[in-house]
Ligand binder design. Sequence first.
Ligand SMILES: Cc1cc2nc3c(=O)[nH]c(=O)nc-3n(C[C@H](O)[C@H](O)[C@H](O)COP(=O)(O)OP(=O)(O)OC[C@H]3O[C@@H](n4cnc5c(N)ncnc54)[C@H](O)[C@@H]3O)c2cc1C
Length: 448
Amino acid sequence: MRNDIEALARRVGDIEIKTEAYYRYAYSYDATGRRGTCLGVVFPLGLKDMASIIRESSRMEIPFFIRGAGTGFSGGAVPGGGGIVISTEKMRRIIDLDMEAGTVEVETGLVNRKLQDFLEPEGWFYPPDPASMNVSTIGGNIAENAGGPRAYKYGVTRVYLRSLTWITADGDVIESPVEGPAALLPGSEGTLGAVYSAVLSILPLPAAYMTTVVTTKTDEDAMKIASDLLSIGFCPSVMEFIDSKTMKCVSKYSRTEVFDNGGSYLFFEIDGSEDLVKAQQKILESFCRDRKLESVTAADDRERDLLWELRRSISPSLARKGITKVNEDIALPLGRLADAVTFIHRTASELGLDCYLFGHCGDGNLHVNIMTDRRRKEEMKRTDIFVEQLFSEVARMQGTLSGEHGIGITKIRYLDKIFSHAELDLQKKIKSVFDTQGLLNPGKYFSS
Ligand SMILES: Cc1cc2nc3c(=O)[nH]c(=O)nc-3n(C[C@H](O)[C@H](O)[C@H](O)COP(=O)(O)OP(=O)(O)OC[C@H]3O[C@@H](n4cnc5c(N)ncnc54)[C@H](O)[C@@H]3O)c2cc1C
């Protein structure tokens, strides 16, 4: 093994491969906390480096794992099988901004937030906004086809991809619009090709925003209210759900008492022209008056930032509730979410588990979090039973196992709940066409 990595290092010349234990450790896990192993970590500085590493690894039959920021919630970037990690973190350039075309070209190691910070003063924004945007990379967002709070109005990452420069598992470089083989890359979880750069569509910043948090009595009420609001012509850009337990944690974490009244919460944002935002605000206000619902609206940008800070601190605040977070991101039609929530609470309570719910409910995404401790074997067994039952119910309700976090390694064993054998077989065949030797991110998704 050591000989392999030394031989690879000789073949790629100037490109440094880090083999110290602390590098191998730091790049061996993602946000799931699952840990793999690798022989070394390499940091390409551009397309030539990345293609050369992949080509030589492929010739030497060394598996390789592309890694962005490691914020993935399904183990997609976790290495294994005596392979190397190819980190994109030194490829963070903004290559070109073309305001006439409404596009920006970037290297895929660029962090989503850095792109937004670059675009904002120019009057533009890039709509995909995963809650991890302060850390996660454009490459990771493409590979997972990331969504986010704004996806309800603006759609997910795939919608904004114009063209990609990517490297096949054999090391060939392809530059093409997101058509033909490249159309399969978004959401392929780093298993079909390595994306070096992307031309992304961007949009002019909206002229106005309104951000409001509405309190409801129960989680089920929140889901029904969300549906009712949409049916009367309310069209927010963001419609997020946060259950009472989750909001309690967030309030404690951020030392805010405003949202600590035991209710469930809907977090809305409306954006667009001044007139549109005012008209939509009227719809929401009169709805809340009629239903006697409490609401808080941000009075200015500072308060808007504070509300978003609360939303983005859900994950760090939950981290205080348990050592292990089992995080599932099911997606269902909005009309089924109330029933799903009832099922989840009942099942978690029967199994004695500590469960927290939130998610982008506008597009049917619900994050189901069990806070537990991997060392408590019996509790982990009950958690496994919960997940099994959850996914069976989701399949019965015609939902999907992952709204945005992907299959990775964590959901492989449940794939047959939603795909037939014929479908799984086709997916494996596609993988074998793209990656004949099975060297690109092996052990993920297509291993089942
Ligand atoms: C607090 C928190 C909040 C989150 N919120 C959201 C959310 O709102 N919406 C959402 O969709 N996700 C969310 N996620 C999940 C995660 O952030 C996303 O999946 C994100 O897109 C992963 O980006 P990354 O750079 O961290 O990728 P990594 O975790 O490093 O990698 C993820 C996958 O992408 C592949 N990959 C990375 N770069 C490339 C590349 N250049 N070419 C080919 N493959 C590549 C990897 O091989 C791996 O399979 C959240 C995660 C956390 C921790």
